[in-house]
Design a protein around this ligand. Structure first.
Ligand SMILES: Cc1cc2nc3c(=O)[nH]c(=O)nc-3n(C[C@H](O)[C@H](O)[C@H](O)COP(=O)(O)OP(=O)(O)OC[C@H]3O[C@@H](n4cnc5c(N)ncnc54)[C@H](O)[C@@H]3O)c2cc1C
Length: 287
């Protein structure tokens, strides 16, 4: 383990001040399930580390009629076991609930998952289809970034010596449903070879009035699948229309081949899993 100076912040302002005071090369630490592994095993050598786990305001998980507020330091298990998230933001519950093991989910935060910017991150596609906004604070003040604009590449985000304070998700209407699933070569303790998330809204006739579809692990970042969304919107969610959207999604994926699967296999998975995720999201929308 490489040595580094460690500072423990007890407020967001203090974390920002520490980043400004000590300058370039610092890294923020939440649960450490990505960062400490990268330091131990991948040669990452931060000049210093600022710990965020002592900041109470980052631990808030709350909801009201407007939507959901997830502090950056909220744990995966807290999200997955929250009744409101389960009922109204189901895709996020699906994603948080499959991260690592029970032990991992008791350390890993949603903010860390988003900021680590892995294309395979299990909360990535759910937050994308749920239209999340990332709230950021830094020396220049605060700003909001749409989740789809937050990631700029594998392991890269728009952050510039800034802290993610929380993530907000607008409340979905009653006739909406969402679903996330992933394929992993191993049953447990593996990361997604493909992840698919779907959000649908139904109108009074049961037609799909809005569809959002996001894909994980098949591009440099989590990506939306606009052609698939267009194929699904404006008509009933039948098996045939879901399959058509699944084929469109496969055409929008740009996977690589690696130890978790060939590009061809991943493209096939995108088609099958998108089709299935659409049907599950529609079932949830129907209550
Ligand atoms: C055994 C194991 C299994 C795993 N399985 C999965 C899995 O199935 N699915 C999955 O998606 N991930 C998995 N992971 C990865 C990891 O658990 C998640 O990405 C986790 O959510 C990261 O959160 P953390 O709090 O541990 O982040 P940390 O490791 O503390 O930080 C991760 C990155 O985010 C930055 N960061 C953290 N908080 C903030 C903030 N508030 N503002 C700005 N930057 C910040 C850090 O500087 C760092 O770059 C696994 C990891 C392990 C060790």
């Amino acid at each position: 383990m490489r040595r580094f100076d460690y500072y423990r912040a007890i407020s967001v302002d203090e974390a920002i001040a520490l980043l400004n005071e000590h300058g370039e090369g610092g890294m923020l630490l939440s649960g450490g399930t990505d960062l400490l592994v990268q330091i131990k095993e991948a040669g990452l050598a931060p000049a210093y580390v600022v710990g965020l786990s002592g900041i109470d305001e980052l631990r808030e998980l709350r909801s009201n009629g407007d939507g959901l507020h997830i502090g950056a330091g909220v744990l995966m298990h807290e999200v997955a076991s929250d009744g409101t998230v389960q009922a109204q933001y189901s895709a996020l519950c699906d994603g948080a609930g499959v991260v690592g093991s029970r032990q991992t989910r008791n350390m890993a935060t949603v903010g860390g998952n988003v900021c680590n910017a892995a294309p395979s991150a299990d909360t990535g596609p759910p937050l994308s289809v749920l239209d999340a906004t990332v709230h950021v604070a830094g020396g220049g003040g605060t700003r909001e970034v749409a989740i789809d604009d937050f990631w700029t590449g594998p392991g890269r985000t728009v952050l510039d010596s800034e802290v993610v304070t929380h993530i907000t998700v607008p409340a979905p209407p009653a006739n909406a449903g969402s679903f996330y699933e992933r394929h992993t070569p191993r049953q447990i303790m593996d990361i997604a070879a493909v992840g698919t998330a779907v959000y649908v809204e139904l109108d009074g006739d049961g037609n799909c009035s809005q569809a959002r579809i996001a894909l994980g692990a098949v591009a440099p970042t989590v990506v939306r699948a606009p052609a698939a969304e267009a194929a699904l919107s404006g008509g009933p969610i039948t098996a045939a229309r879901a399959a058509e959207a699944g084929r469109a999604a496969a055409g929008e994926a740009t996977p690589i081949s690696d130890q978790r699967g060939s590009a061809e296999f991943r493209t096939h998975l995108v088609e099958v899993m998108t089709t299935r995720s659409i049907l599950h999201a529609a079932e949830r929308a129907q209550g």
